[in-house]
Design a protein around this ligand. Sequence first.
Ligand code: NAD
Ligand code: DAU
Length: 338
Amino acid sequence: MTILVTGGAGFIGSAFVRMSIGQTDWRVVNFDKLTYAGNLENLTSVAGNPRYRFVHGDICDQALVDSTLAEEKPDAIVHFAAESHVDRSILSPEPVIRTNFRGSFTMLEAARRRGVQRFVHVSTDEVYGSLAAPLEATEEFPLNASSPYSASKAGSDLLARSYFVTYKLPVLITRASNNYGPYQFPEKLIPLMIANAFEDHRLPVYGDGQQVRDWLHVDDHCRGVMAVLEKGREGEIYNIGGNRSLPNLDVVHKVLQLTGKPESLIEYVKDRPGHDRRYALSSEKLMRETGWRPFTNFETGLAETIDWYRANSAWVAGVRSGAYLTYYERNYGNRARG
Ligand code: NAD
Ligand code: DAU
């Protein structure tokens, strides 16, 4: 089987590519624009494999997407490519809407014209919006997006579903909770807190830090996507949760404990606009239909992730380039709590 993975140079996409090359006999074509979040260093372990090919391109470029599908004839597409950061979507919504909605349209349209046999659209629990405890979203929950990022993902989920209903394109949609693990860009909570703690920089906690997220190890997520690709039913949606809900402040305390840094590094800053208070997912459907389970214990996974960042300080230094510093200043520069 040949699969085309979009966004395979990013955090989750690269883990999926490494897993696919390492654990299957599939050919993998990685189609990625290499934005600030895409990094071919994430793929050095597979770069020389004859079953792996990289195509540098934008998912909004219909001609290049069409010619790549014509050349590679993938049996399946696994669509990860996105602008994935909520804070950036608040600062600059346009690229988020373009890639996440328009880009998904381009991929779906190209897949329809070529008659691709399986299209996995990778989405997020953020489309369900904030849920009061003890609710857990099942796949039937209404869409209730709060940020330009989550709205763009919810919109692309609806578009993907419409391609199944209208054109019978064999679409499957996954909605995962917050991922963590190696190679995550240090703009997201866990890698940002790790990188800042290593350097004794302030750890910026939004609002009161009591927002709840459900933490899923990236490898558990990738195994979930693979289970959906291989065993999921066409036209269906599958939640993929880590079954480990924690307030942000607890996560930050754990990072400080594991890095041996003092609590005084925590700095409460102005809240994220439109900040969702709590996400929670039921993954019962995926477990029942495919046998998938999240394996990684959060404390073990977090300790291993911290070890990875400690051992890969050159990777972190490389991605925290000039553009990163400009973003950091835009997002955090004016955020002291008044
Ligand atoms: P990421 O930001 O680390 O990587 C995104 C990748 O997409 C990068 O390699 C980037 O170069 C590529 N890309 C961006 N725009 C592109 C374009 N126009 N054309 C081609 N490639 C482009 O993202 P991630 O955290 O790995 O997330 C991957 C997917 O998983 C996204 O669809 C995201 O919505 C979803 N998701 C993420 C999480 C999470 O916690 N990170 C949780 C649930 C779902
Ligand atoms: O829930 C799945 C989603 O998880 C994915 O769809 C997104 O792609 C991914 O970015 C992530 O979104 P979040 O907004 O939940 O993740 P983030 O790491 O940005 O923030 C996690 C929580 O931590 C959130 O409540 C905001 C808070 N936070 C974040 C940062 C970056 C802080 O308190 N301080 C920070 O500096």
